[in-house]
Design a protein around this ligand. Structure first.
Ligand code: NAI
Ligand code: MG
Length: 355
C-alpha cells in the first residue's frame, strides 16, 4: 500500500516522540512491504520563529496533500509572551479548524503491567477501556467574541460557548458509530442543569439516538463524570462531550493508564486527512533529555494504520509490541518507579520496532 504521511514534529518533546513513531511506521513499512512517504513540515513555536506564523501556508498544503498527519506537540515558555494569533497553540487550533477535524478520539485503556504506576487502586483500573469522543472545533475554544472589556468600571474578560445543532449532531453520530463497534453504550456528558448550550446538546443527543436504537444513551453531568472516572471507570465505555469538558476529562482519564505519556488520539472530519497526535503537550520540563515516553505517539500511529489506512493487522502488531515492551519491564521515566534506571526514548522505540 502506498501512503503519504505528513510529519509535524512541533516543539519540545514533540520532536523526540514523533521521530520515535516515524521509526515504528518505517518498521511496519519494511515488515509488511508497504510504501510510506514522509513529508516533514513546521508547526508551533518553531514555525513562529522561522515564518512568523504558527501554521505556515506550506504546512497546510503538505497536510492537504497527504493521506494522514502525525503531529507531536506545540508550545513552550519561549513563546508564552506572544499575543494570541502568534501563539504556538493557535497553530494547532487552526489546523483542526482548516481541516474540519471535529471529532477527537481518545482511547484510554489500562495495561496489566502498568497497574502499579497509576495513583488509583489496581482493582479500580484493571480492565478499564474507555473511548472519549471530544468535539474539537466548537465551544469555548473557538466562540466569538473573546475579548477584554470594561464591565462595571473594571477590567473583565469574555469567552463565548457556542454550538450549532449540526455540530452537536455530527459528533454524537460519530460516538454512536464507535459504540456499535464496542459495547453499544454512549454516555453523553454535559452541564445541562446550568448551560443553555448543554441543554441543546442533550436534546440533540436524544434526537440522534433515535437513529441508533441498538445503542443505549445515558446523560451525565460533567462534574459527576469527573468523579466517576476516578471512582468506577470500568462502568464507562464511550463518552461523548464538548470541547473543553473533553479536554479536561481526558487528561484526568490519562491517570487510569499511569501517565499522560500513554494516551494517543485521532482527530477526524468528514473528509481526509485525519490527524494523529499524543494527548500530552511539549513537556518543556523534560525536552531535549531523550527521556520522553514515546508510546502515546507510537500508539497514535497505530490508530493511523487502522483508521486512515484500514491496516488492522499492522495496527494490532504495533499495539501488541507496546504491550510486550511494557510487560518486559522496559519502562520510560514517567512510568518507572526507579527514575535512574528508566529506559530512554530511543531504547523504548527500538524495543517496539524489534517486537
Ligand atoms: P504537558 O503535557 O506538556 O506536560 C505535563 C506533564 O506531563 C509534564 O510534567 C511533562 O513532563 C509530563 N509529560 C507529558 N508528556 C510526557 C511524555 N511523553 N513522557 C514523559 N512525561 C510527559 O503539559 P503542560 O506542561 O501543561 O504544557 C507544556 C506546553 O505544552 C505548553 O506550552 C502547552 O501549551 C503545550 N501543550 C500542547 C499541547 C499540544 O500540542 N497538543 C497539549 C497540551 C499542552
Ligand atoms: Mg489538554
Amino acid at each position: 500500500m502506498e501512503k503519504k504521511i505528513a510529519i509535524l514534529p512541533g516543539d519540545g518533546i514533540g520532536r523526540e516522540v514523533v521521530e520515535a513513531a516515524a521509526q515504528v511506521l518505517k518498521q511496519i513499512e519494511a515488515s509488511f512491504d508497504h510504501s510510506f512517504t514522509f513529508e516533514y513540515a513546521d508547526i508551533g513555536g518553531g514555525a513562529v520563529d522561522d515564518y512568523d506564523d504558527p501554521l505556515p501556508a506550506h504546512t497546510l498544503d503538505i497536510c492537504k496533500r497527504s493521506d494522514a498527519i502525525l503531529l507531536g506537540a506545540v508550545g513552550g515558555p519561549a513563546w508564552d509572551h506572544l499575543p494570541g494569533e502568534k501563539r504556538p497553540e493557535k497553530g494547532l487550533l487552526r489546523i483542526r479548524k482548516e481541516l474540519g477535524l471535529f471529532a477527537n478520539l481518545r482511547p484510554v485503556r489500562s495495561f496489566k503491567s502498568l497497574l502499579h504506576s497509576s495513583p488509583l487502586r489496581e482493582e479500580v483500573i484493571d480492565g478499564v477501556d474507555v473511548m472519549i469522543v471530544r468535539e474539537l472545533t466548537g465551544g469555548l475554544y473557538f466562540g466569538e467574541p473573546r475579548e477584554r472589556r470594561t464591565i462595571d468600571g473594571e477590567e473583565a474578560a469574555v469567552d463565548t460557548l457556542v454550538y450549532k445543532k449540526s455540530e452537536i449532531r455530527r459528533i454524537v453520530q460519530q460516538a454512536f458509530e464507535i459504540a456499535r463497534l464496542r459495547t453499544q453504550k454512549v454516555i453523553s456528558v454535559d452541564k445541562a442543569n446550568v448551560l443553555e448550550s448543554s441543554r441543546l446538546w442533550r436534546e440533540t443527543a436524544e434526537e440522534t439516538a433515535k437513529d441508533y436504537p441498538d445503542v443505549e444513551l445515558e446523560h451525565m453531568l460533567v462534574d459527576n463524570a469527573a468523579m466517576q472516572i476516578m471512582y468506577d471507570p470500568k462502568k464507562l465505555d464511550v463518552i461523548v462531550t464538548e470541547n473543553m469538558f473533553g479536554d479536561i476529562l481526558s487528561d484526568e482519564a490519562s491517570m487510569l493508564t499511569g501517565s499522560l505519556g500513554m494516551l494517543p488520539s485521532a482527530s477526524m472530519g468528514s473528509e481526509k486527512p485525519a490527524l494523529y497526535e499524543p494527548v500530552h503537550g511539549s513537556a518543556p520540563d523534560i525536552a531535549g533529555q531523550g527521556t520522553a515516553n514515546p508510546l502515546a505517539t507510537i500508539a497514535s500511529s497505530a490508530m493511523m494504520l487502522k483508521y486512515s489506512f484500514g491496516l488492522q493487522r499492522e495496527s494490532d502488531v504495533v499495539e501488541e509490541a507496546i504491550e510486550q515492551v511494557l510487560s518486559e519491564g522496559l519502562l520510560p521515566a514517567d512510568l518507572s518507579r526507579d527514575k535512574t534506571s528508566a529506559a530512554s526514548t530511543e531504547e523504548v522505540t527500538k524495543a517496539v520496532c524489534t517486537h
